[in-house]
Design a binder for this molecule. Structure first.
Ligand SMILES: [Zn+2]
Ligand SMILES: [Zn+2]
Length: 192
């Protein structure tokens, strides 16, 4: 049976004072390791086709961290960018395929943030990292072959796990994108 993701519905709650840690790929031999010097933010389930997901999971769980809080601390030579034309450049291990971090180099609302998967931590993401906050791009799993008739089950499973489902991103993130767009258009007015 395919599950949404092992972290969803597990009842896990992160530690609000979590200060980061190490994430590593699945290689037994010489794993790539990154070290984060802060917790992640906006951790969420993502149904898009580009985020790395574990075997038998319909969704990835992905969060963000400031890029200056992320360092590659072991075996950087095994990293390669999955798709150089994508706005988020996903740096994956060439041997096991796990994505270590996604980085944005182009002009983009989320530039400066790196996308990471806390389940690559020793405790499979349960060792203090922020728990998933919502589910984004939920309808996108249909584009990857999921039966649309079963979408209500997927959304109610998220609901049971205490997570809202969105078909793009959460309102807070959509607002950030709109602020970025408004600033570029010159229509942004901060409240005074
Ligand atoms: Zn690897
Ligand atoms: Zn995604």
């Amino acid at each position: 049976m395919t599950s949404l993701h092992p972290l969803i519905g597990s009842g896990y709650k992160g530690n609000p004072n979590h200060t980061g840690g190490k994430l590593s790929c699945h290689c037994k031999d010489a794993p790539v390791e990154i070290t984060l010097s802060s917790d992640v933010a906006f951790n969420h389930a993502c149904g898009c086709s580009k985020c790395w997901k574990p075997a038998n999971a319909l969704f990835s769980v992905v969060g963000v961290v400031s890029r200056e809080k992320l360092a590659v601390t072991a075996n950087p030579s095994k990293l390669d960018i999955v798709d150089r034309s994508a706005s988020i450049q996903r740096n994956a291990c060439k041997d096991c395929g796990v994505h270590l971090f996604g980085r944005i180099e182009v002009d983009h609302p989320f530039k400066g943030l790196d996308f990471v998967h806390t389940e690559l931590s020793q405790g499979a993401g349960k060792d203090g990292w922020q728990e998933p906050q919502f589910a984004g791009f939920v309808s996108s799993i249909i584009e990857q072959g999921f039966n649309p008739d079963k979408m209500p089950e997927v959304r109610s499973e998220f609901k049971r796990a205490g997570l809202e489902s969105y078909d793009c991103l959460s309102p807070a993130l959509m607002d950030l994108i709109a602020v970025f767009t408004a600033k570029k258009a010159g229509t942004f007015k901060s409240k005074v």
